[in-house]
Design a protein around this ligand. Sequence first.
Ligand code: NAD
Ligand code: IPM
Ligand code: MN
Length: 370
Amino acid sequence: MAVRKLLLLPGDGIGTEIMVEVRKLLAYMNDNLGAGFEIEEGLVGGAAHDAHGKSISEEHMKLAHDADAVLFGAVGGPKWDGVPYDVRPEAGLLRLRKEMELFANLRPAICYPALADSSSLKKDVIEGLDILIVRELTGGVYFGDPKEIIDLGNGQKRGIDTQVYDTYEIERIAGVAFELARTRGNRVTSMEKRNVMKSGVLWNEVVTATHEAKYKDVELDHMLADAGGMQLVRWPKQFDVIVCDNLFGDMLSDVAAMLTGSLGMLPSASLGAPDGKTGVRKALYEPVHGSAPDIAGKGLANPIAKIASFAMCLRYSFNMVEEADLLEKAIANVLDSGKRTADIAAPHLPTVSTSEMGDAVLDQFKALTA
Ligand code: NAD
Ligand code: IPM
Ligand code: MN
């Protein structure tokens, strides 16, 4: 039986609650489908900070490096607002992304038919929506030097973040976007701000050159990122694959999440480059949402973003394409049956809890895989 090494990093807030629902699926798949998941668990974020004063320990970083895939929950919360910047919960996630070189973050936004009425936009704007945001994840303003607050000595301080992109970073993320576009609508829209930013000028040039060199069969267009945000809510179905830098990708994917009905619906995969010898990619699977302190501990969290991130894990890390398809089908069936967590429910209609939603998806998955 294949051994598949998974590291679970639930993190904080609803991160721990949604991970419970994935554990149920893992147990079922090990016991009944011979999945062979070997599961380790670690601490990240505020939970790690509470345990040992760091947002992730060296030991758990090593577990992440050694795993075939990492399943991540969410980190952060008001409890850690005052902790030093370098050890705040979010730093643990950023360290994982950077040190594992997870440069490609895939954030698909799909409107499940049953949720066509759940978006804040009109039904015909989002019905049938299926777009993919490819976000660069290890560069840009998140990581550029200098990044600091300096004291100007006159009662003023200066906060500095630096947006930096090198050719190879843009080339490789563009390559991922074009390759993925070929497997779906064959169209890529690159978003930057070349009208203001030097890194935007380079981004535009390198995406264009990459397209010319290797991907002329894919349709490419360019959009200024602010206009792109507007187009995303005006008529999102004009897009197939959107490729953009780290910060624009962060913001645009939260916007895209609301097209699907809720931030609680949007999964993501953070992938590294394929290993030269084995072709295996390092990978971490994380919902797009955060630790949701406003609903944490109340059983209100929607576990679907996390469960769908696990489906991406089955597909991208373990080539378990059939199981991934069936898990996504299970989610769709549960939504079709009318079950709703509070975030996707119409006002005054009955809702289910996190664990009831997780159980419903598990039951459907069992039925589909029996
Ligand atoms: P958030 O994504 O945690 O929450 C935004 C809103 O969406 C809240 O109203 C929340 O209740 C709702 N929401 C999010 N996920 C949901 C789910 N699964 N089901 C139902 N409702 C859901 O963003 P925030 O409030 O701006 O940030 C809270 C903390 O999370 C901060 O510390 C932030 O840094 C952190 N954060 C972490 C990650 C991550 O770990 N990947 C991502 C984003 C934010
Ligand atoms: C996300 C989050 C993270 C980001 C934070 C928590 C570091 O907002 O994954 O979208 O900004 O990348
Ligand atoms: Mn974000």
